[in-house]
Every structure is written in C-alpha cells, then in structure tokens.
Design a protein around this ligand. Sequence first.
Ligand SMILES: [Zn+2]
Length: 237
Amino acid sequence: MTSLTVNQHGLVPPGLCPNCHLHSGFAVPEHGFNSYIWPHPQLENPSVEHQIKFGMHTWLRQIPAICHHCHKTTVLHQLIRFHEDGKTGEVLRVMQVWPERQSRELHVSAPNAMRELFAEGARAEAAEAYRAAGAMYRAAVEELCKNLGAEGNGLFNKINDLANRGVTREIVDDLHEARLLGNWSLHDGLEFSAEEVADVANLIVEAVHILYVQSEERRAMREARKARRDAFTAGNP
Ligand SMILES: [Zn+2]
C-alpha cells in the first residue's frame, strides 16, 4: 500500500503524499538524514565495498521524503542488495514507516457484507498476502453484484448484467479486472505485485464512490430541496 517509491539514486519520484493525499513532488535531504541504518554507519569501515568482503550484501537505507505541498515528512526504508562490485544492486523492498499505514476501507454507504470482505482483503494486502487479497476483493465484487440485484450464471454474467441496471460500461470493465485478479489468485495460484493488487483495490473504491457515495449524496440533496419546498409551501398556503 505504499504509494511512494524510491529510485536507485535514493530520490523519491512524484506520487501520492500519505500525509495530504495529494499528488505531489518530494525533496530528499542530502546529508544526515538520507542514510544507511544497517549496517550501522558508525562501524569502523562502513563502506559498501568493505562490508561486501564480509558477506554483507543487504543494506537498509532510511529516506525522509518531504512533500512540496504540505511540507510534512514521510519516512521510507529501502532494502537494497548490492552486487559484488559494491556499486550496483537491486531494491528488494520499500517500506513506509511513517506515517503509519492505514488499511483501506470502503465508505459506509457501501453494503456491510461488501465492506467486511473488502476490509479483510485490505488486511491481507497490508500483510503482503496478495493472493488472499485478490480472492477477498473478488468476493467483495460478488457482494456488490448481489446488492444491486444482478442476475446471471457466475460472476462474469452477473457483472455484465450490471450494465442493465444503470452501471456504466467503464465500471463494469473495472469490476471484471477485480474478478480476473481473484480468479487467477484462486484457481491458477498466480502471484501478483503490490501495484497490481493496489490498482484493483482502487478500482473497487472508485466504483463504490460512483455507485453508492454519489447516489447517497444526490439523495440527501434531493431531500433537502424537498424539505425547503415543503417549508415554503407550508408558509404560503
Ligand atoms: Zn503532502
């Protein structure tokens, strides 16, 4: 669920700021902060080349990224495995350590059964259990179809039937993405990357926003208009 990445130079490309939730650019302080925290920099000879001689290939670097927009800091830990030359290597993982990551959840206007399945998927996603996450996100979509009264044999036809119930083609296609992720996770045992699973989770959040949150807002506005009209009529018999 980390939205920020770190490139090989220790720079943080533009991304979604975990503090202000806006797409922003990030500054990384050069000295003192952007540093290796393991192996410990105060070891007698902390150069990468020296450590590699002792078999220490995996390094942990701490990178603070300061948002251009809100000026708050996100702290990332980057795990790097160096090659024998001590200069090149690969990034094994990037972890967001601050602010603490929050599990995704669906808006309260989504059906409860769907919210529960989605929340369980989000917990699996946070634990990097991506196949389990894919399976739960698929189950959440199944619940959405049930709630909207979709009919048909199997989830494929049920999702297609949503088009007959006022759901746009775009959302139908997005929900098929979630169905496929779940199918491949469950039946074919395929592994997915963090980004692929995050994409599908975001598609579901987006679909819920359009199908439930916006329609709930429209209903509330309609009622407010009616209340105003009624009050007006009552005052002017
Ligand atoms: Zn920000």
